[in-house]
Design a protein around this ligand. Sequence first.
Ligand code: ADQ
Length: 464
Amino acid sequence: MSRLVVVSNRVAPIDEGKQAAGGLAVAVLAALKKTGGIWFGWSGNVVEGESQDEPRRTDVGRLTYATLDLGRRDFEEYYNGFANQTLWPLFHYRLGLIEVSRRTREGYKRVNGYFADRLAPLLRPDDMVWVHDYHLIPFGEELRQKGCQQRMGFFLHTPFPAPEVLSVLPNHRELIRELCAYDLVGFHTQVDLRCFANYIRFETNGEVEERADGSMLIRAFDRTLLARAFPISIDTANLESLAQTAARSRHTERLKESLVGRRLIIGVDRLDYSKGLPQRFQAFEQLLASYQEHCNRVSFLQVAPPSREDVPEYIAIRRELSELSGRINGRFAEFDWVPIRYLNKSFGRRVLAGFYRTANVGLVTPLRDGMNLVAKEYVACQDPDDPGVLVLSCFAGAARELGEALIVNPFDVEGVADALQRALIMPQGERKERHAAMMRTLRAHDIGWWRESYVDALTRAPYG
Ligand code: ADQ
C-alpha cells in the first residue's frame, strides 16, 4: 500500500487525546494511520526573522509529523495576506473585502515553494500526496518543478467561485494552471465543480469530459486531471453516541437549568464574516418583533470564538456583533431574561454535543460556506424521538445534501425569522421525519466515506 503524505496549512495538534477535535484532523489521522505516512505543514508558530529551515519531525508509530515555523514576513504575506485577505474573501464572493497586491501574491508563491522544497526530500517514489485548501494551491506545481512525479491530489475546503468572480483576481489563469498540476482536484459540491469546469471551458482552451458518475476529466495547460465532488462529512456514529452521554453531562444540566423551561436556538461558528452572523442576529430580532409570543420564551445562544485576529475585517466583524447583540438585548431583555447569549469562546466536542442536543433549533446561516460541518453535527446530536429543527442557508454546501432542513436565504432577514417561527412550532411527527431522512444521508456519507472515496480516487491516478 502506498504511503500517504498529507499537506495542510496547519498540522493538527500532535496531542491527539486533547484537541484533535476538528473533523478534518480526525479524518486525516485515520487515513494516515492506515497507510502510514507524513503530515506536513505549518506548526502555527511565528518566529522573528526567516522561516524555519528544516522541518521539526515527530514520529508517532508509522506516522511522522513534519512542521515548520513561519517567519513574520512569510506569515504576513502568505497567510494573513494572500490566503486570508485575497483568496478567502474572493472564494466567498466578498469582492468588497479583497486586497490585491503583488507583494502578497509573491509571498504566497514563495512560501508554497519553500514548503515544497522542504517536503521534496522526504518523499518516496510511490507516495501519494494529498494537499488541502486554498493556502496551498501552487504547492503541487512547485513539487512538480522539482521533479516530483508522485500522484498528487488537492482538496478545496472553501467554495469555488463562478468564473466571473474569479476573474477579479489578477493572474487568475496562473492560479488555475497551478491547480491543474494535480492529478485529482476535489470540491465539496457539484456546484463548485461546475464553476471550475466552466472556468476551464470559457477562460482556457481546455476541454471538459463529463463522466457518468458526475466527475469531470479535465484537459488543460498540457495536463489531464480528474475533478470531482467529495462532500466532506462528520463522524456520524461517534457524534450520535457522544451526544447521548453528553445529554446527561454537568454542562448540559447547567444550560438546561439556566433556561428555566425556555426554548433554545443555537448557532456555533468561527467568528468569520462568511458566517452571516449580523444577519442572523437581525433575524432573531425580527422573530421577537413579529412573533411576540416568543419574548421571554426563547433564548438564542451564539458561540463564536474569534479567528484570524490579525486581519482587520475580523476585528471589524467582532465589534459589529458586540454592538448588535448589545442593542438587541437592550431592546428586548427582561430583568430575568437575556434574549441573545453571545459567547466569544470555544467548547470541547462533548460539551458542544450536549448543547446541540438541548437546542430546539440549529441556526446555520452562512452567506457562503464550502460545506459547514456544524449543520451536520447539529443533526447527528439530536434525540431521534424528539429532534430539533435545522434552519440552513441555501449557500452552505451542506444544503445540497440536507434538503430536509428548513432551507433559507440568509440575506432575507424576514424569511429567516419566518423559518425560525416554523421551526419553533413544528409538530413532533414532522421533526422526526425530517431528522430521520437527514440521518440516513449522514450515516451513508460520513467522514470515513469521504476519506476513502478521495484516497481511492487518488490511488487510480494518473488520469492522463
Ligand atoms: P470552517 O469555516 O471552520 O471550515 P465548519 O465546517 O463549520 O467551518 O467547521 C468548523 C468546525 O469547528 C466544526 O467541527 C465545529 O464543531 C468546530 N467549532 C466551531 N465553533 C466552535 C466552538 N465555538 N467551539 C468548538 N468547536 C467549534 C472550513 C470551511 C467549511 C468546511 C470545513 C471542512 O469554511 O465550509 O465545511 O472547512 O471542509
